[in-house]
Design a protein around this ligand. Structure first.
Ligand code: FUB
Ligand code: ZN
Length: 654
């Protein structure tokens, strides 16, 4: 049970109180500068519906097959060779340790939803192998042990030594929160302690190189109550070591570290680094209340959502440097949109939501989750997108393995942790952040037991029935999130509609005395809409994307019978509504959208590369265009795909 305790008691929270069962994806119960407190993953059961299907595949297919891949590619051998148990040479890039750590974190979240003895045994075996490779000092990194020992901590701009520790800590915390077993956590803390003893303003200079450790250290502080972890995160974020480390301008842009986080005015550089740094900075703010961080985070958030984020919640426009582009530089076919960056975007907005209680952050979370993250894993659960472009002429976009395989276990840990994102609490009551069939079994912050049940066909249908059952009749607020895309939402309590109009993009507060089985009926406006981009996004000029509820849609060649090429088609009759139908056998069940369009009579590929522009009339013939949810593309072999579709401009439809 969450007990409100004074700040001075923080040190006795966490480990000492055996508090692990009540800690969420992040644990904000004692964070002085948050509005919302997370609920543990185990308090929420996602029931049969949209996400349960994805989560089941994750547990049954993705997580087991990914471990096989990691073992086959030598990621575990990289540890075993350090103890003489394997003679194999070290394999893979500098950051492979983080991949097995992320896998353990994913499995740890699965165990938070319920025990699976075999999975637990696997983690215990991996823990033995990992810890056996740890040096007595606490140092642990398979790339810089043995033959590269002399290079240790000499190339922190690329070494990922701190990044890997961050993932080790997150894995260890997830497993600890699942089982109370702190063996891996103790190992991670030994490395963290070694780092803290060795580095700092008056010691050797440190740089995360790839931000990640910052958020992990804050979580370690939340878990143990030991202030030194928070302080070291602050040191890393303070970026005071630029001179001692001789960092170049280019490095500080690319690495999104090395200068004070609070001096950042816009997003630039490597997309995942930028998102992870923002997660760490938000966590740091949540504990310290440092106003400079809050202002920077707000500035960066506006930069992201107003200039640099894809409609899918993806981030990262350029393959070069895996980087965020300039404002409005959002190419479609060339989009990088790494799965990890969309995940970073969701993790960051989750933290901003906790800090502020503002639904705009939940909107971004939902956008990324249903689209730019969800596209990252195939329906089969064993193939992954590293890049998530918004247009394609047909490419092998999904693979079971990447030499840099950061995305697959990242997707797995995200899906496994999903229950922890659905609800939150504040002193006033309970927040419903996401919608799907689910059951919350938790309590209000005053200790009153509380169950909430959602019944819905969301995201295919906008009706959600929420049953609220407190252990005893009590006055409190239920905050139901009204997504920004729902233009006309209706909310009734026990059959009576509220006189106040629910505003899109806000939480709708229902304050009353709740008693067992009280019922909230929500009806979101799921009208499929054409969305246009700011005209400064040159690639999207003359085009629209289609969104229905939280889902962004796309055209995929597999659905366009009779259409020569996808890229010869455009939408017409833009004021006509879409027709929609749930197709249970299509792509594991999706709402398919159809709309009138037109297709060029003469294929564009038969036209010359350049020609005089007038007269420009080009004969088009009517065609029906079929849209599927973007996340489900590339599950039927190679196909072409388009999110931003041209709308009739010069077409002469006959
Ligand atoms: O550097 C580690 C991971 O590999 C990054 O987060 C990804 O962008 C990929 O470069
Ligand atoms: Zn990745």
């Amino acid at each position: 049970m969450r007990v409100v305790i004074a700040l001075c008691c923080l040190a006795v929270a966490g480990l000492a109180q055996d508090n692990w069962r009540s800690e969420g994806v992040i644990y904000t119960d004692h964070s002085p500068h948050v509005k919302l407190h997370t609920v543990p993953v185990r308090a929420v059961k996602i029931e049969d519906g949209f996400w349960s299907a994805r989560m089941r595949i994750n547990v049954e297919r993705s997580i087991p097959s990914m471990l096989e891949e990691l073992e086959q590619h030598g990621v575990v051998d990289n540890f075993l060779r350090l103890t003489g148990k394997s003679q194999a040479p070290r394999k893979g890039p500098v950051y492979t340790d983080s991949d097995i750590y992320k896998w353990i974190e994913a499995a740890g979240f699965v165990l938070q939803s319920g025990d699976r003895p075999e999975l637990r045994k696997t983690i215990d075996r991996l823990t033995d192998e990992i810890l056996a490779a740890q040096e007595p000092s606490g140092y642990l990194n398979t790339y810089y042990q043995n033959e590269r020992r002399d290079k240790r901590f000499t190339e922190m701009y690329r070494s990922h030594e701190l990044y890997c520790l961050g993932h080790l800590l997150q894995a260890a915390i997830a497993y600890y929160r699942a089982t109370g077993n702190r063996r891996l956590l103790d190992g991670g803390m030994r490395y963290a302690n070694y780092l803290i003893e060795t580095f700092g303003p008056t010691k050797r200079p440190a740089l995360t190189g790839h931000p990640e450790l910052e958020m992990a250290l804050v979580e370690l502080y939340r878990t143990t109550g030991e202030r030194k972890y928070l302080d070291f995160a602050g040191y890393l974020l303070s970026g005071v070591e630029r001179e001692r480390l001789h960092l170049t301008d280019q490095q500080i842009v690319y690495l999104f570290s090395g200068i004070p986080f609070t001096s950042r005015t816009e997003f630039e550089g490597h997309a995942v680094r930028a998102m992870y740094a923002s997660c760490g900075a938000t966590d740091y703010y949540a504990e310290t209340g440092d106003a400079a961080y809050r202002a920077t985070l707000e500035r960066l958030w506006k930069d992201l959502v107003n200039h640099k984020m894809y409609i899918t919640g993806g981030v990262g426009s350029r393959e070069a440097g895996e980087s965020i582009g300039l404002a409005y530089e959002l190419p479609n076919a060339q989009a990088y949109g790494e799965s990890c960056a969309a995940i970073g975007n969701m993790m960051w907005n989750w933290r901003m939501l906790a800090v502020t209680g503002e639904a705009r952050f939940a909107d971004v979370m939902e956008r990324a989750l249903y689209n730019g993250i969800n596209s990252g894993m195939s329906l089969s659960g064993t193939l992954y997108c590293y890049r998530n472009p918004l247009e394609s002429v047909g490419e092998k976009i999904r693979n079971e393995w990447y030499d840099t395989t950061c995305c697959p276990p990242n997707l797995e840990r995200t899906f496994a942790s999903l229950p922890g994102y659905f609800y939150a609490t504040s002193a006033k009551g309970v927040y419903v952040n996401l919608y799907d069939n689910s059951r919350l079994d938790w309590h209000l912050e005053n200790g009153t037991g509380l169950q909430i049940e959602q019944k819905t066909r969301y995201p295919w249908d906008g009706a959600v029935e929420i049953t609220v059952t407190p252990a005893r009749a009590a006055e409190f607020s239920v905050f139901a999130r009204v997504p920004g895309w729902s233009q006309a939402t209706q909310i009734a309590v026990n059959g009576v509609y509220d006189a106040v109009r629910p505003e899109p993009g806000e939480y709708f507060e229902i304050r009353r005395e709740w008693k067992a089985e009280d019922r909230i009926e929500v009806k979101f406006d799921m009208t499929a809409r054409m969305i246009r981009a700011n005209p400064l996004v040159r690639e999207d000029a003359g085009r629209v994307a289609v969104q229905r509820g939280p889902m962004v849609y796309c055209l995929e060649s597999a659905d366009q019978a009779g259409l020569g090429s996808l890229f010869d088609a455009e939408l017409t009759g833009t004021f006509e509504p879409f027709s929609e139908k749930f197709e249970g056998d299509l792509l594991n069940g999706v709402v398919e959208l159809r709309h009138t369009g037109a297709v060029a009579e003469k294929l564009f590929e038969d036209e010359p590369l350049y020609q005089a522009s007038a007269p420009s009339a080009r004969p088009f013939k009517p065609a029906e265009l079929t849209f599927i949810p973007y996340y489900a593309w590339a599950n039927r072999g190679m196909s072409s795909m388009e999110v931003w579709v041209p709308v009739d401009q010069s077409a002469t439809v006959r």
